[in-house]
Design a protein around this ligand. Structure first.
Ligand code: MTE
Length: 347
């Protein structure tokens, strides 16, 4: 493969050397079509032969470590989850653009310079991770479960990201075999990827080749250095909303229907408000399903008058979690979720 992706990259923005961002303004649906779904690769999309694919289950917390075929996974009951995936670093460039806070990692690989579209939404189906682990007999001593991607030759360290056993055994944590009703595309983990709803995208390991079940805590560079804020490993996403407009945007005058996407990691959205002056807030209409792990699509009418504007949106979820006016800086530039004053020029 000459490019790091299998899909044509033209409908997406190239970000860094191996990732592709979704132009949110190119979407008009709840689920993101596969050809528009963002791609975050630490190296290249892996090409895996389904006939020879193997999933190794290993670790001291298993009674009978086994190696499974794709057919073994297909034979298990399938569970469907509708969940958005969002990179922990999505919107990280806004720390610089909006808050004048910049940092570049000196080691450990590049930080993908995401603007708004390191996020997309799909329907995923496949066996529950707990049913897969049961095939090897999970011991009561199990504490950490760590899926490993087959791209373990990557220049950082392998995508092996341990999660506590409680999250691994959650009924909505699955090994997805399909995305939006079709086999996973190569860029999104064919033939098998983890889906860990509500958690930062890195936990949703693509091209899973091995899963380790351990009685001891597993820690590595990703848990201890890369995905860390104030000494704590980042797991859960946070509440965000963004406009489906280029950043910055330009448009002609007149009444416009402005769309966007709002999301909470594990709750439906209670409301999305919008403001053109930062003082007066109005309620936007939610025009999509509103599900615990999904994003919502919202719309509002705005009278665009010639000049420079800053359009803002603020989402609040059913638990009352909302967006701050500014985001506390962290050196990894993770989880930017402040209210975004989206620049719009009307001319
Ligand atoms: N899994 C493997 N094996 N290799 C990767 O590079 N990237 C992770 C995660 N799983 C990655 C991976 C990151 S950082 C994110 S945000 C999501 O996959 C992105 O999933 P997508 O490329 O299907 O959008």
């Amino acid at each position: 493969m000459s490019e790091p992706w299998a899909k044509p990259p033209d409908a997406l923005h190239r970000r860094g050397t191996t990732s592709l961002e979704t132009p949110l303004e190119s979407l008009d649906s709840y689920l993101t079509p596969a050809d528009r779904f963002f791609v975050c690769n630490v190296t290249n999309t892996q090409v895996v032969d389904p006939a020879s694919y193997q999933l190794e289950l290993t670790g001291d917390a298993l009674v009978n470590p086994v190696t499974l075929s794709l057919d073994d996974l297909v034979a298990l009951p399938s569970h469907t989850v509708r969940a958005y995936l969002e990179c922990a670093g999505n919107q990280r460039t806004l720390f610089g653009t909006l808050q004048d806070q910049h940092v570049e990692r000196t080691e450990g690989g590049e930080d993908v310079p995401w603007v708004l579209g390191g996020v997309s939404m799909a329907e995923w189906s496949g066996p529950r991770l707990r049913d897969v682990l049961a095939l090897a007999g999970l011991r009561d001593t199990a504490r950490w479960i760590a899926p490993l991607g087959l791209d373990f030759d990557n220049p950082e360290c392998p995508i092996e990201i341990p999660m506590p056993v409680e999250k691994a055994l959650h009924e909505d944590t699955i090994l997805a075999l399909t995305m939006n009703g079709a086999p996973l595309p190569p860029d999104h983990g064919f033939p098998v990827r983890a889906i860990v709803p509500g958690w930062i995208g890195t936990y949703s390991v693509k091209w899973v080749g091995r899963i380790t079940a351990s009685s001891r805590e597993i820690r590595n560079y990703r848990t201890d250095e890369y995905y860390v804020i104030d000494g704590v490993t980042v797991t859960r996403q946070n509440v965000k909303s963004s406009l489906a407009l280029p950043f910055p945007a330009t448009m002609g005058p007149g009444v416009k229907r402005i769309h966007g996407y709002a999301r909470s990691p594990d709750q439906p959205i209670r409301n999305v408000e919008w403001s053109a002056d930062g003082k007066t807030w109005h309620e936007a209409d939610i025009i999509s399903p509103n599900e615990p792990y999904g994003w919502v699509r919202f719309v509002f009418a705005w009278k665009a008058e010639p000049g420079e504007h800053r359009l803002m949106t603020r989402a609040t979820d059913e638990a009352g979690e909302t967006q701050p006016e500014t985001c506390v800086f962290n050196p990894g530039t993770l989880l930017f979720n402040a209210i975004i004053p989206h620049p719009v020029t009307v001319a």
